[in-house]
Write a protein that binds this ligand. Structure first.
Ligand code: CMC
Length: 431
């Protein structure tokens, strides 16, 4: 007999089914609780709520484990690249040579941006936040490809391969296009080169004469994007699923994910980390002041790049990216003072009881900004890079929602805490 859980409330007992995932994670299925007892499960911020079943990514925050479709993140970072990992995340298996070629061809064929769409960008002030431009341009894809974005799961799934390739390829091109626009440079059309090299070309060619990315820079970018490719039910991915659950098309759902990612507690943290390291550098501080301020408990003084909603031991991506950071800086002969500051800060925090007792460790963002600086990516583009990296995860999650015949629209409940019923007061009687 399968296991159950009992909840006793108002002297009545309710029996609820228990679910167990393939890696042994356990959940109590509370879906019937409201109908049978009148109670809902309260979980502000959904920190203890399983909102879906998913076969894409397994994350064990207590033990620092991250696996995509079963493959450990360190093995993927070591042996794979962003394109192959994107395929794995979206389609569930590592591609064979033909599948890899077909996927790569689709990405290459759809890398360019339509001149009309280029013109949309010209309508924005040059100083506009890149993530605001990116989210609106990704939403605009639904207007350019209405046949791929019908807001009907069955139709949209028929064209999924094409829509997915357009989304992943164009988010990268749009990122580069936004950067060039902000720097007063013309759009650089894509070339027939690998995914990451193409991004670097679209960003930097003509800016640096005869620009050819070094293998080290190419590899660092691949690692960076690969490490961000998916991360189960985080704020932006759950947003993509939530918007997608209304049968909204892939592009619209991705655009919502980009908006969710733009906040400093999520995708914006990498920018905040570099700003923090820069301030420490500029003030000739050794980080003591920042650590002391972070311990005050104020949200605005947090040590950026530290702590994670799920990892309470270490972030496996942080270990990989810290090493990648060392490698790329060494190979390029760059001596970035911010790296030394980051390492000192990490050492100091990891000896401090405040951080130890709260299980606060460096997360992926603690070092990702330093890699991006080494590649030549400016600070205001950091979160755009995160979005490009995360696009396969969003696409795969949207597809799971769209392909789930038993799926329902995401519609949480709330505990109302406002005024109880009162009668309308005419304007003349209001003080
Ligand atoms: N610096 C100082 N104190 C912290 C920090 C920090 N970075 N993070 C959490 N705390 C404290 C917090 O004040 C609380 O203390 P107390 O128990 O005394 O009230 C305790 O640690 C637990 O914090 P929490 O708010 O319950 O933690 P959370 O799991 O809800 O938040 C977090 C996770 C990532 C939002 C948070 O750690 C944070 O703000 N970190 C800095 C921002 C950052 O680096 N974000 C990137 C996350 S990784 C990228 C991604 O996957 O999106």
């Amino acid at each position: 007999m399968s296991k159950t859980a009992q909840i006793k409330v108002d002297d009545k007992e309710y029996v609820l089914p228990v679910m167990v995932g393939t890696e042994g994670e356990k959940a109590i299925d509370t879906r019937t609780l409201r109908a049978t007892s009148g109670y809902i499960a309260y979980d502000q911020g959904y920190g203890n709520t399983g909102s879906c079943e998913s076969s894409i990514t397994y994350l064990d925050g207590d033990n620092g484990i991250l696996r995509h479709r079963g493959y450990p993140i360190d093995q993927l970072a070591q042996n794979s690249n962003f394109g192959e990992t994107a395929y794995l995340i979206i389609y569930g298996e590592l591609p064979n040579p033909t599948q890899r070629r077909t996927f790569g061809d689709l990405l290459r064929q759809h890398a360019a941006i339509d001149p009309q769409m280029q013109a949309i960008l010209q309508g924005y002030p040059k100083s506009a936040p890149p993530m605001a431009m990116l989210s609106s341009l990704i939403a605009a894809l639904a207007a350019y490809y209405p046949h791929l974005a019908t807001n009907n799961f069955e139709n949209d799934l028929k064209n999924f391969d094409l829509a997915a390739a357009i989304a992943i390829s164009k988010i990268r091109t749009l990122g580069a296009m936004i950067y060039r626009y902000q720097n007063g440079l013309p759009y650089n059309p894509p070339k027939d080169v690998p995914f990451c090299d193409n991004f670097l070309h679209m960003m930097f060619s003509e800016l640096y004469k005869d620009f050819v990315p070094s293998p080290e820079v190419s590899r660092a970018l691949n690692t960076l994007l690969l490490l961000h490719a998916d991360h189960e039910q985080n704020c932006s991915t759950s947003t993509v699923r939530m918007v997608g659950s209304s049968a909204a098309n892939l592009f619209t759902s991705l655009s919502a994910g980009i908006c969710a990612l733009s906040g400093p507690l999520h995708g914006g943290a990498n920018t905040a980390v570099v700003q923090m390291l820069q301030s420490i550098h500029d003030e000739h501080d050794d980080g003591t002041r920042f650590i002391a301020a972070a311990k005050s408990g104020s949200k605005s003084n947090r040590l950026m790049g530290f702590g994670h909603a799920v990892y309470k031991n270490f972030d496996p991506r942080a270990k990989i990216i810290a090493k990648a950071c060392d490698d790329v800086l060494n190979k390029l002969g760059i001596n970035d003072p911010l790296l030394a500051i980051a390492k000192n800060l990490e050492q100091a925090a990891l000896k401090d009881d405040y951080f130890l007792s709260r299980k606060l460790y460096p997360n992926v963002d603690f070092y990702s900004g330093i890699i991006m600086r080494a590649i030549g990516i400016p600070e205001n583009m950091f979160t755009v890079m995160f979005a490009i990296g995360r696009s396969p995860g969003w696409v795969a999650n949207w597809r799971e929602v769209a392909a789930n015949p038993k799926g329902r629209i995401y519609r949480p409940r709330q505990i109302y805490a406002g005024p109880v019923k009162r009668d309308y007061v005419p304007m003349a009687q209001r003080g």
